[in-house]
Design a protein. Structure first.
Length: 105
């Protein structure tokens, strides 16, 4: 199945403690059904000191379930569902169901 959310997309969080926040997808994990979104779902990690890192308490983004995020509509910035259609030149593209705007291509 084609990916509805890809790396680099702007998304809006639909559920959870960060509901309403938006950010850019930095990594998608399709097997787990999760994605990393910059600035969303921040958790505190206690790390041990090593030769590479100083250690201490570090804030970082944790993966969020794909069902809890939606693509941001290119026109108005609100969450939208994603559809697929074939362009006139025969390429398959994603489009926002809210506005009909083509997302990539």
């Amino acid at each position: 199945m084609a990916a509805k959310i890809r790396k680099g997309d702007r998304v809006v969080v639909l559920a959870g403690r960060d509901k309403g926040k938006s950010g850019q997808v930095t990594k998608v994990m399709p097997k787990e059904g999760r994605a990393l979104v910059a600035g969303v779902n921040i958790v505190q990690r206690h790390t041990r000191q090593s030769a590479q890192s100083e250690g201490g308490i570090i804030a970082k983004s944790a993966p969020i379930n794909l069902s809890n995020i939606a693509l941001e509509d290119p026109k108005d910035g609100k969450p939208t569902r994603v559809g697929f259609r074939v362009n006139d030149d025969g390429t398959k593209v994603r489009f926002a169901k809210r506005s009909g705007e083509v997302i990539d291509g």
